[in-house]
Design a binder for this molecule. Structure first.
Ligand code: CA
Ligand code: CA
Length: 341
C-alpha cells in the first residue's frame, strides 16, 4: 500500500488574501528547517511555517505587467541553501516578437533573500530525476505560441541560469507536468500533454498509455490576440501551465481539478474542487491507489516534504478557496496540511 493510505484529515491554515498560483517548500536559508514560498500573480512571499501559521520573512513584488506562473526550488550550486526559481511572463510578452520573459532566481546570501538573477528568458521547472536528484528544466517561449522547442537541463552557478543538454524522452508539449520515473530499472516519463491527459512514454519517446481523465489547470496565459477562426479560444489562444506531477516512492502524485464545465480548454473555467491522487504504474496502465477527499476550490499546487517534525512527511496543498459569496471579489487562498500517520 502507498503512504497516502495513511494521510490524516487536513488542517487548514488561516486564509491569505491572495490568489495563490504556486508553492514550493525547501530550506532556502540553510538553517536546516524548511520554509514555504508562495506566488500569486505578481508577488513572491517567503514564509516560515510554525504551528499552522505563516510568518512572513520576505516579499518580492514583480512589475505591473508581470505574471507569475510557477515557482520551484533546488540547491543547484550546492551551498546548502535552495534557490527559488520563479517563472514570470510579462503580459506584453506576446505583443511584440522580442519581448522576453522575466523569470528570476532568489537566493539567500549574506543573511538575506536577494534576487540573484533576473530577466531569465526561460520557463522553469524543477523535477526529481532518477539517479540525479533535483534537476532544473528550462524551455523557451515561442512566437505566437506558448512553449517552443526542446527542454533543456539547466545549470545555476550562483550568477546565471544556463542551458545544458536536451533531455531525453518524448516530444513534450511543455516543461510543466513532467515526471521521470523508474520501473524495473527502465526510465519512463509521466507527463501531461497539450490535450490535458496524463500520458506515459518510455525513454525513447514511445507512447505507452494515456488517461481518460483530464488534468486541468487554471493557470494560463494569452499567446495570440487575433481570433483567427470561430472557437479559437479552444486552445489556440492560450497556453496552460500544467499542474505539478511528482514521483513519490513507487507512486505518481498529481493534482486533479474538477470542473463542471464541459470545455476545460476555455481560459475561464469554474472548478468546483480538486483532489490529490496517488497513482501506481503497473507496467501497462496507471491505477489509482489513493486520493485525498475533494477539496473545495481550485488546487493550485502541492508539496510532499519532511518538515522535521515528529511524524515524518506531510502533504501540503495550496488552494484558491471558493468565493465567500457571489458578490465578493477578493481572492483568498490557504495551505491545507495532512500528516502521514
Ligand atoms: Ca531554513
Ligand atoms: Ca544554493
Amino acid at each position: 500500500m502507498g503512504w497516502g493510505t495513511f494521510l490524516s484529515e487536513f488542517t487548514q491554515s488561516p486564509p491569505l488574501p491572495i490568489k495563490v498560483q504556486g508553492m514550493v517548500v525547501a530550506d532556502f536559508d540553510g538553517d536546516g528547517k524548511k520554509e514555504i514560498a508562495l506566488i500569486d500573480e505578481r508577488s513572491l512571499r517567503i514564509y516560515r511555517w510554525e504551528e499552522n501559521q505563516f510568518k512572513l520573512l520576505k516579499r518580492i513584488e514583480g512589475s505591473r505587467v508581470d505574471r507569475y506562473l510557477a515557482v520551484d526550488a533546488a540547491d543547484l550550486d550546492k551551498d546548502g541553501k535552495a534557490e527559488i526559481y520563479v517563472t514570470s511572463l510579462p503580459e506584453t510578452a506576446y505583443q511584440g516578437d522580442e519581448d522576453k520573459m522575466s523569470s528570476y532566481v532568489v537566493a539567500f546570501k549574506d543573511g538575506e533573500y536577494k534576487v540573484a538573477a533576473s530577466g531569465v528568458n526561460w520557463f522553469l521547472r524543477v523535477v526529481d530525476w532518477p539517479g540525479k536528484g533535483k534537476v532544473l528544466l528550462g524551455q523557451g517561449k515561442g512566437v505566437g505560441k506558448g512553449f517552443e522547442g526542446p527542454i533543456y537541463e539547466m545549470s545555476w552557478d550562483g550568477k546565471r541560469v544556463k542551458e545544458g543538454r536536451k533531455i531525453e524522452g518524448p516530444k513534450f508539449s511543455s516543461v510543466y507536468g513532467i515526471a521521470p520515473f523508474l520501473k524495473k530499472e527502465s526510465l519512463y516519463f509521466a507527463y501531461i500533454d497539450s490535450d490535458l491527459r496524463l500520458k506515459v512514454a518510455d525513454a525513447k519517446g514511445n507512447f505507452v498509455w494515456k488517461s481518460n481523465s483530464y488534468y486541468a489547470s487554471d493557470i494560463s496565459y494569452q499567446t495570440s490576440y487575433l481570433m483567427t477562426h470561430p472557437g479559437a479560444e479552444g486552445g489556440d489562444e492560450f497556453s496552460f501551465v500544467n499542474v505539478r506531477v511528482v514521483v513519490q516512492g513507487d507512486e505518481i502524485v498529481v493534482v486533479r481539478n474538477i470542473s463542471p464545465i464541459a470545455n476545460i480548454f476555455k481560459r475561464q473555467k469554474a472548478f468546483s474542487g480538486g483532489e490529490i491522487q496517488g497513482l501506481s504504474w503497473g507496467g501497462a496502465t496507471f491505477q489509482e491507489r489513493w486520493k485525498t477527499r475533494e477539496i473545495s476550490g481550485y488546487v493550485a499546487d502541492f508539496s510532499i516534504e519532511d518538515l522535521g517534525e515528529a511524524g515524518g512527511k506531510v502533504l501540503m496543498v495550496a488552494v484558491n478557496l471558493p468565493k465567500e459569496s457571489v458578490f465578493s471579489t477578493a481572492s483568498r487562498s490557504a495551505v491545507m496540511v495532512s500528516r502521514i500517520q
